[in-house]
Write a protein that binds this ligand. Structure first.
Ligand code: HPA
Length: 273
């Protein structure tokens, strides 16, 4: 990623940062409420950051919070920019860029996803054990400058078993079931067709969604430890007879947000500083 192009935005965030965060969190659809459960130290509106693209999706807040949770200092991105909103992929990577520039070495990414595998039911949480990059390689190359050996090597750092150990422990301590599976990246902007979902299922993927993958790869390239958890908000198109809608996605996210927030809090408590 060519940081020199984004000097102004980086300077704005660094100048406004009250501390160096221990860890960062990118909040997925409908999960913005998490910021209400931690002590907010300072909030930056993304609209005030030079060059930051406006979020156009319902349930995405457009705020960056600096927060405290016990002795941990956190950076929360409430308002993700999606590739399907029409921005160049590089613009969608601002949260990861700020995570890096602020010096946080750990990143947790949450998202909403459709369940493809028969093991997943709406309301389940799924820890990523792998993901697809197939239909995003060109854009990732453009955004990061290359998608060559360095990135391929960095991908070997995923999944991060130590981080996953902490997440499993947090789930166990909070008595919250968490499943594990692979995420198929879909470019959007529309949900998948039933045939595309059958393809993802045949290829062995467990869930499908429209975010996160480029964030993971960028984090890995920048040496940030990263893990991602999906809230399975719906059966992917064609898996159930019910027609898929964005309101189903936000309704399920709402239904399990307390549990999800409890899990995330526990993960941050257990993370090393
Ligand atoms: N497909 C893609 N993205 C999603 C879905 C889905 O079914 N549900 C939530 N985000």
């Amino acid at each position: 990623m060519n940081f020199s192009k984004h000097e102004e935005s980086i300077k704005f965030v660094l100048d406004n940062a009250p501390f160096k965060p221990d860890a960062a969190l990118i909040l997925g659809s409908g999960l913005g409420g998490f910021s209400g459960s931690v002590e907010i130290v300072k909030t930056i509106r993304t609209m005030d950051i030079p060059g930051y693209p406006p979020s156009t999706v319902e349930g995405h807040g457009g705020k960056i919070h600096f927060a405290r949770l016990k002795e941990k200092r956190l950076l929360l991105f409430d308002g993700r920019i999606h590739f399907y909103e029409g921005y160049p992929l590089e613009k969608c990577l601002f949260p990861v860029m700020f995570t890096h520039k602020l010096g946080a070495k750990q990143l947790l990414i949450t998202n909403a996803a459709g369940g493809v595998s028969g093991d997943l039911t709406p309301g389940d949480l799924m820890l990523f054990n792998s993901f697809s990059t197939l239909n995003l390689k060109k854009e990732i190359s453009e955004a990061l400058g290359s998608f060559l050996l360095k990135e391929v090597n960095a991908i070997r750092n995923f999944p991060d078993e130590e981080l996953h150990g902490i997440i499993r422990q947090a789930a166990e301590e909070e008595n919250i079931p968490i499943k594990e599976g692979s995420y198929f990246f879909s470019k959007g902007p529309t949900y998948e067709t039933p045939a595309e979902v059958r393809m993802a299922a045949k290829l062995g993927f467990d869930a499908v969604g429209m975010s996160t993958v480029h964030e993971i790869i960028t984090a890995l390239k920048l040496g940030i430890r990263v893990a991602s958890i999906s809230c399975i908000t719906n059966y992917a198109a064609g898996i159930s007879a019910q027609k898929l809608s964005h309101s189903e996605v936000t309704e399920t996210a709402n239904r399990i947000k307390d549990e999800f927030e409890r899990l995330i809090k526990k993960i941050f408590e257990l993370l090393p500083r």
